[in-house]
Design a protein around this ligand. Sequence first.
Ligand code: PCA
Length: 324
Amino acid sequence: MNLIAKSLVGASFAAILAGPALAQTWDMPTPYPDANFHTVNIRQFAEDVSAATNGALTITVHSNGSLIRHPEIRRTVRAGTVPIGEVLISLAANENPLYGLDSVPFLATSYEDAFALYQAQKPALEEALAGEGLTLLFSVPWPPQGIYAKNEITRIEDLQGLRFRTYNPGTGRIAEISGATPVQVEVADLPTAFATGRVEATITSTSTGVNSTFWDFVDYYHDTQAWLPRNMVFVNTAAFEALDEATRAAIREAAAAAEERGWQLSQEDNAKSRAILEENGINVIEPSEELRAGFAAIGEQIAGEWAEQMGPTGTEILERFRAR
Ligand code: PCA
């Protein structure tokens, strides 16, 4: 080896010895595809953390359930197998009804109300997560939820007997009450589920409809604007507290920016996605009065069930929300 090569090897060894003592990489599983605005937002968050810490902490995003499938992400972060992740909060509503609040139909149907509901829920949400050894970093909503189907749904009864794709306990409950057959399917599996006929209708956002090219499978989108379910990005508290103060501050700052950007991105993506659905031949329609009324009644039933399961904590949250 010549002198230059030797000194290069020497220099990189020195870098390895000096660097890794400080530098860390965090693997971050997320459930949704790369093109989705939540994923785009999270990648920006990861870049911000890396830049703010001068590379001391690199977050590697594994999207679309590629590292860990969505239903396992919360458990895996709790166990500390991975330090950070993203989930749909309401996926865990069976374990704690608090997590299902954002998916109560017609409780909060605009971005403004969804934000107020988030603020009303936040202290309880953070407390529940703390009890699991988890720390909330930020939370961003999906666009308002509407019904996709092959044929027009003019009243709730039209859902009877349809294989209705669900994504959380709340959507499962809607299917049950309306006499549809609930089939739980993750976004990553949606195209196959529709293509094979395992499911034939669902309720979700314009964004997911575009990400999953729903025009290949259905012809109608009923713009019911029923609720805005939220995702959250959260960390294993022990892993977070093991970081030095400057790194924790960098994460907190990037998280606050991601939350603000995410609420904006969600609204922009909703408008764009709605146009893309139409361009691709989906009939984007207003729900009929009958469908509206039938769905509202289901919403009231689910809201009642939620309040009953939650007890006084639920009442407090709803009172805070109603005082908005
Ligand atoms: N998309 C996700 C959750 C809500 C949404 O709009 C889904 O369909 O699973």
